[in-house]
Ligand binder design. Structure first.
Ligand SMILES: CCCCCC/C=C/C(=O)SCCNC(=O)CCNC(=O)[C@H](O)C(C)(C)COP(=O)(O)OP(=O)(O)OC[C@H]1O[C@@H](n2cnc3c(N)ncnc32)[C@H](O)[C@@H]1OP(=O)(O)O
Length: 326
């Protein structure tokens, strides 16, 4: 508690992504030249209020406390020739923690080698996925925000590379609204089935960010540059039917019969000869692979810079302090 012990604020302002220290600095600075005793009381009040609300706002979760692989944030099952990877944080709308990116990569790696013919990604609960967990931004390493942005870009590139290279038919079973990176990577899936309750939203400009998941290439290719711009630049949210008309979604099902219809369909497909399916997928996809890897690297690099921008930092702070929602 600096002001209480040291008097007026006399150190440089921390970076805006350094949430905890910035909150302390702002509080310290706001105190101006208050007497030390008053400052001590005010500071204790501020820290108490931050602690009281910290569980759902700006708490920093140490990496060691995060869920480990095999935890229930990701559930992987294999049955009837189908490996299913289920995002399982329904209380957080299946937002992707750093640990989950790693676990999904491991699950894809295992699925690429197992006996299954088809691999499915889906979500548990009312959402498919609300995208990147914005609290990932609060876990600042000793190297500071630049190091955080650099390691985030490496993780993003590695994560998307796994989807580009995945050798078997990859199916998204979109059980509810999808946001951010969970939408952009759909361009790398072979089939996308959606409930009519699903929506597709990539609010990158609102977040001061830019497209990833190769969407800067796949979306214009799938839906044309103008529709892609509406989504990726202006953040237009599509209904499932609109996304289907634009080619991002393969087929839309009524929510009441979604699970039943989709799984009957996938079980039938999974009985087809697996090697033929794998080879056919590669014939369809392989010509683009090199290009997709280059685009992924470029998008990740651009995002690394975006994450250090005021626009992005302010958007994240707004969400974490509960001032903003999409
Ligand atoms: C390796 C790094 C790669 C990064 C790649 C770049 C990726 C980019 C993206 O994915 S951009 C998209 C980021 N996502 C968002 O901005 C969504 C933010 N969430 C919201 O706007 C809303 O939560 C909502 C519209 C998804 C749902 O609203 P609502 O139905 O009103 O539910 P709640 O807001 O009450 O949500 C319940 C609970 O979940 C928490 N939560 C939801 N989404 C996220 C998220 N993306 N990050 C962190 N936390 C999230 C929300 O705060 C609530 O928590 P609480 O119960 O209050 O503790």
């Amino acid at each position: 508690m600096p002001k209480a012990t040291e008097g007026p604020c006399n150190v440089p302002k921390p970076g805006v992504l350094d949430f905890i220290n910035k909150a302390k600095w702002d509080a310290w600075n706001a105190l101006g030249s208050l007497p030390k005793e008053t400052a001590r009381h005010n500071y204790v009040d501020l820290v108490s209020s931050l602690s009281a609300s910290s569980e759902s706002s700006i708490q920093v979760t140490p990496a060691a406390d995060r869920k480990q692989p095999g935890s229930d944030a990701l559930v992987v099952t294999s049955q009837d020739g189908i490996t299913t990877i289920t995002l399982n944080r329904p209380d957080k709308k299946n937002a992707l923690t750093t640990q989950m990116y790693h676990d999904i990569m491991l699950a894809l790696e295992a699925a690429s080698k197992d006996d299954s013919a088809i691999t499915v990604l889906t979500g548990n609960g009312d959402y498919y996925c609300s995208g990147n967990d914005l609290t990932n931004f609060t876990d600042i390493p000793p190297g500071g925000v630049e190091e955080k942005a650099r390691s985030g870009a490496v993780l993003l590139r590695d994560f998307v590379d796994r989807f580009i290279d995945f050798p078997k038919p990859l199916v998204a079973v979109v059980n509810g609204p999808a946001v951010g990176i969970s939408v952009t990577i759909l361009g790398l899936f072979d089939i996308v089935y959606a409930t009519d309750r699903a929506t597709f939203h990539t609010p990158f400009s609102h977040l001061g960010q830019s497209p990833e998941g190769c969407s800067s290439y796949t979306f214009p290719k799938i839906m044309g540059p103008s529709k892609a711009t509406e989504m990726l630049v202006f953040g237009k949210k599509l209904t499932a039917r609109e996304a289907c008309t634009q080619g991002l979604v393969t087929e839309v099902f009524p929510d009441s019969t979604f699970q039943k219809e989709v799984w009957v369909r996938l079980k039938a497909y999974s009985k087809l000869p697996p090697n033929a399916m794998r080879i056919s997928k590669q014939v369809i996809r392989n010509t683009e692979k090199e290009k997709l890897h280059a685009i992924n690297a470029e998008e990740s690099n651009i995002l690394r810079e975006r994450w250090l921008s005021d626009e992005c930092m302010n958007a994240v702070v707004s969400f974490l302090s509960k001032k903003a929602k999409l």
